[in-house]
Write a protein that binds this ligand. Structure first.
Ligand SMILES: [Zn+2]
Ligand SMILES: [Zn+2]
Length: 349
C-alpha cells in the first residue's frame, strides 16, 4: 500500500508531492492518520534548503518533513500499551533516548542523543505518519484537530512565559511570527502590565495588537528601540523574550532590561551574537540570559492543552491559511513571503 506525502528529494529549493510506501510499524511505534499539520520555520528552511540549517541536521534524502500535527491512531506496535487504534493524539517532535545523562537527571527535552521527528527522520506531511510511543499523547476530546496540531509550537513559549513571571510586569516580545504571537497571547492572559511587540511587518504587528500587545514597535521606524523601552518603563523592562533571532534586536533587548531583568532567547540567531559593552549590559546590571529548548515533557503539554481549552487564545486569528497537501507549493511560498501567520496543511480526503 502507498500513500501521498510531501517529500524532500534534492538539496535544492522545493519539495515533491508523491506516492511513498506505507511506513512499517515497529514494536514501539504508533501509526497515525494525519488530520491536521502545521508549517514551522524549520520546514521552510527545508523547503528553500537553507544550507546552514539543513546540512548536518538532515541525515539522508529523501525524507518527509513536518513535525507539528494531530491525528487518529490506526495501529500500534506490539509493545505499545498507552494508546490504541481510534485514539485522538498529538506528539512531541523531540524523541529522547531515555538513557543519557540529561534524560537520567530528568531533562529529556535536552537529551544529547535526541531524535527529531520530521528533521532527522520522516515527519508528518503525509496521509499517515509513524511516531515513537514515548512522544505520543492523547488529546482532550474538546480540542479540535487544528488546535491539537498547534500544541507543539505553542509549547515552545510556555516555559519562558511562565518561568519569567510576566504577571504584573513589563514585557517585550520581539518577532511576531507564530511563536511570538503565542507568547503575546499567553502573556496577555497572565495580565502583564505592558506588552511591547517588536517586528518589521505591519500585518504581524496588527495581529500582535489583537493578541493583546499594548504597544507596537515597528523596528524599521525605530531600529534603536532600546531607548524608547527604557523611557516607557521608567528604568527598564522586567522581561524580554526574543523570538526573532535577530542579533541587533537581542542587543537592543539586553540594553532595555532593568537591573536584574531577564532575557529569554527562543529565536534562532543566524549570526554570532556580539554583546556590545557586556560589563555595562550584563555584569553591572545583573541581567540573566536564558536559553530555551522547547517543551518539557510532558508538563508543558498539559499546560498548553489547558491554555487552548481556556478559550483565552483566538486561534482563528493565528491560523491564517489552510491548504491541502497537494498545494504545498502555494503554502510554502506564502510562508516564505512572511504574509499571514500559521499555515495548516491537510491530507487529501
Ligand atoms: Zn516547529
Ligand atoms: Zn537522552
Amino acid at each position: 500500500m502507498s500513500l501521498k506525502a510531501i517529500v524532500k528529494t534534492t538539496r535544492e529549493k522545493g519539495f515533491d508531492y508523491m506516492d511513498v510506501e506505507m511506513p512499517k510499524v515497529g514494536p514501539r511505534d504508533v501509526l497515525i492518520k494525519v488530520k491536521a499539520a502545521a508549517i514551522c520555520g524549520s520546514d521552510l528552511n527545508f523547503y528553500v534548503w537553507n544550507k546552514a540549517f539543513c546540512e548536518g541536521l538532515v541525515k539522508e534524502l529523501p525524507f518527509i518533513p513536518g513535525h507539528e500535527c494531530s491525528g487518529e491512531v490506526v495501529e500500534v506496535g506490539s509493545a505499545v500499551t498507552h494508546v490504541k487504534a481510534g485514539d485522538r493524539v498529538s506528539f512531541d517532535s523531540h524523541i529522547p533516548c531515555g538513557y543519557c545523562r540529561q534524560c537520567q537527571i530528568g531533562r529529556p527535552h535536552t537529551c544529547t542523543n535526541m531524535g527529531l521527528f520530521g528533521h532527522n527522520m520522516n515527519g508528518c506531511f503525509a496521509e499517515y505518519t509513524v511516531a515513537k510511543e514515548t512522544g505520543v499523547r492523547k488529546i482532550p476530546d474538546a480540542l479540535s484537530w487544528e488546535a491539537a496540531a498547534l500544541l507543539e509550537p505553542l509549547g515552545v513559549v510556555i516555559r519562558p512565559v511562565l518561568e519569567s513571571g510576566v504577571s504584573m510586569s513589563t514585557v517585550c516580545i520581539a518577532g511576531c511570527g507564530p511563536i511570538g504571537q503565542f507568547a503575546i497571547s499567553l502573556t496577555s492572559a497572565l495580565t502583564a502590565s505592558r506588552i511591547f511587540a517588536v517586528d518589521i511587518n505591519p500585518q504581524r504587528l496588527a495581529l500582535a495588537k489583537e493578541m493583546g500587545a499594548t504597544d507596537l514597535i515597528d523596528a524599521r521606524e525605530k531600529p534603536n528601540f532600546g531607548d524608547y523601552l527604557i523611557n516607557e518603563t521608567e528604568d527598564g523592562l522586567d522581561i524580554f523574550i526574543d523570538a526573532s533571532g535577530n542579533v541587533h534586536t537581542i542587543n537592543e533587548g539586553l540594553r532595555s532590561l532593568r537591573f536584574g531583568g531577564t532575557m529569554y532567547m527562543v529565536g534562532n540567531p543566524k549570526e554570532p551574537l556580539v554583546i556590545e559593552n557586556p560589563m555595562r549590559k550584563i555584569t553591572l546590571r545583573e541581567v540573566t540570559i536564558k536559553g530555551n529548548w522547547g517543551r518539557s515533557m510532558f508538563e508543558t503539554w498539559e499546560k498548553a492543552e489547558n491554555f487552548l481549552l481556556s478559550g483565552k487564545i483566538n486561534l482563528d486569528k493565528i491560523i491564517t491559511h489552510r491548504f491541502p497537501m497537494s498545494e504545498y507549493e502555494k503554502a510554502f511560498e506564502i510562508a516564505k513571503s512572511g504574509e499571514g501567520c500559521k499555515i495548516l496543511l491537510y491530507p487529501e480526503e
